[in-house]
Design a protein around this ligand. Structure first.
Ligand code: ACO
Length: 324
C-alpha cells in the first residue's frame, strides 16, 4: 500500500507584528473606534503580522517551504510537485506556485495554485495526497501563503481587525507507512456572498470592489455546523472516533468557532492547537502555520493522530485526518 506522509513542516511570518492597540490607534486616525478588549473578547486575536510593501505570498511561501524541506531532510531538487493554496497570489498569472518553484532554484516539476480561500490548505493537501497515492508524485511541497492585508478594507472595522499575513508549508512524501488517513472536501456556491472579494481585473482596470466583504454572523453560524459534519465524515472514513484525535489543528479564524467545534467533538481545549491570538486569520496559511507551531513547540509529536479542518469563502470546507 502506498500512503502520503508529512515528513517536514515550516512556516514564515512577516517581521512586522501589529498589536490590537496599535491597530486601534491606526483606525482611530480614520475615525473608527475599536479596542483591544472588543477584539480579544469576540475573536481571541491579540496581534497579527503584516507583510512589508515589497513582500508577496511567494516570498513568504518560499521561506516556509525552505524550513519544511530542512525539517524533512530534503533539498529543493527532491521536490516533484508544488501546490500553493492562496487567495492573494502575486499576480493574476502565472501561478504563485511557479514563482515559488523558480525562487527555490528548481524547474520541471508540476506547480499550480489552488483557490479555496480559508479551506485552501486542506484542498491542496487532498490533491497532493491523491497524486502521491496514484504515483504521479513522490515528494510534494504543499504551501498555504497569504498577504490578506492587501485585500482588507481598513475603513471597515468589522473585518480589518480579523486577518493577518503569513505562510506555512509541509513536505508530503510517498511512504509504505500510514500518513494521511482520510481527506474530505465540500463546497456550496450559494453562500458565496457572505464572504467575498467581488472585484476583478478587466480591460486594464479593477472592476468592482477589490476589498474583502463579510457577513460575520452568517459565516459564524455556517462554520461551526459544517466543520463538525466534515470532521465526523473524515473520522468515519478512517474507522476512527473523536476520542482517537490527539490534536485538532483547525483553521484559525476565531477562537469561539474553534472552541465550538472542539466542544461538539467533545475534545478538551488542551487538545486544540491555537495560534489565532498571535496570527489572526491568515486564511489558507493558518492551518500549516498552526501545525508547524504545534510541531516545533513539541506539542504535536510523531505518531500522533491529527485532524486538520478548514472552512472559508465559497463556501468551501474540508478535513484531513492524518498520523504524523
Ligand atoms: N470594534 C468595535 N466594535 C465593533 C467592531 C470592532 N472591530 N466590529 C464590529 N463592532 C460592533 C458592531 O458594529 C456592533 O455594534 P452595534 O451592536 O452597535 O451594531 C457590535 O460590535 C456587535 O457586532 P456583531 O457583528 O454582532 O459582533 P459579533 O459578536 O458577531 O462578532 C465577528 C463579529 C467577530 C466578525 C463574528 O461574527 C465572527 O467571528 N464571525 C466569524 C467570521 C470569521 O471568523 N470570518 C473569518 C473568515 S471566514 C473563515 O475563516 C471561516
Amino acid at each position: 500500500q502506498r500512503y502520503a506522509r508529512i515528513t517536514g513542516t515550516g512556516s514564515c511570518l512577516p517581521t512586522r507584528r501589529v498589536t490590537n492597540a496599535e491597530l486601534a490607534a491606526e483606525l482611530a486616525t480614520r475615525g473608527l473606534e475599536t479596542s483591544d478588549d472588543w477584539i480579544v473578547e469576540r475573536t481571541g486575536i491579540r496581534a497579527r503580522h503584516f507583510a512589508a510593501a515589497d513582500q508577496s505570498s511567494s516570498d513568504l511561501g518560499v521561506t516556509a517551504a525552505r524550513h519544511a524541506l530542512e525539517a524533512a531532510g530534503r533539498l529543493p531538487e527532491d521536490v516533484d510537485l508544488i501546490i500553493v493554496a492562496t487567495s492573494t497570489p502575486d499576480m493574476v498569472f502565472p501561478s504563485t506556485a511557479t514563482i515559488v518553484q523558480h525562487k527555490l532554484g528548481i524547474a520541471g516539476c508540476p506547480a499550480f495554485d489552488v483557490q479555496a480561500v480559508c479551506s485552501g490548505f486542506v484542498y491542496a493537501l487532498t490533491v497532493a495526497d491523491a497524486m502521491i497515492r496514484t504515483g504521479a508524485a513522490n515528494c510534494a511541497l504543499v504551501i498555504g501563503a497569504e498577504v490578506f492585508s492587501r485585500i482588507l478594507d481598513f475603513n471597515d472595522r468589522t473585518t480589518c481587525v480579523l486577518f493577518g499575513d503569513g505562510a506555512g508549508a509541509v513536505v508530503l512524501e510517498s511512504s509504505s507507512e500510514t500518513g494521511l488517513l482520510a481527506c474530505k472536501l465540500h463546497a456550496d456556491g450559494k453562500h458565496r456572498e457572505i464572504l467575498q472579494v467581488p472585484g476583478t481585473v478587466s480591460g486594464g482596470q479593477v472592476l468592482g470592489d477589490p476589498l474583502l466583504k463579510m457577513d460575520g454572523q452568517a459565516v459564524f453560524k455556517l462554520a461551526v455546523g459544517v466543520l463538525d459534519e466534515v470532521a465526523r465524515e473524515a473520522l468515519e472514513a478512517a474507522g476512527r472516533t473523536p476520542a482517537d484525535i490527539d490534536w485538532l489543528v483547525p483553521h484559525q479564524a476565531n477562537i469561539r468557532i474553534m472552541q465550538g467545534t472542539a466542544r461538539k467533538l467533545k475534545l478538551p481545549a488542551e487538545r486544540v492547537v491555537v495560534t489565532v491570538h498571535e496570527h489572526g486569520n491568515t486564511s489558507a496559511a493558518s492551518i500549516p502555520l498552526a501545525l508547524d507551531h504545534g510541531v516545533r513547540s513539541g506539542q504535536v509529536k510523531k505518531g500522533q493522530t491529527v485532524l486538520l479542518e478548514g472552512v472559508g469563502g465559497g463556501f468551501t470546507w474540508g478535513a484531513v485526518l492524518l498520523e504524523l
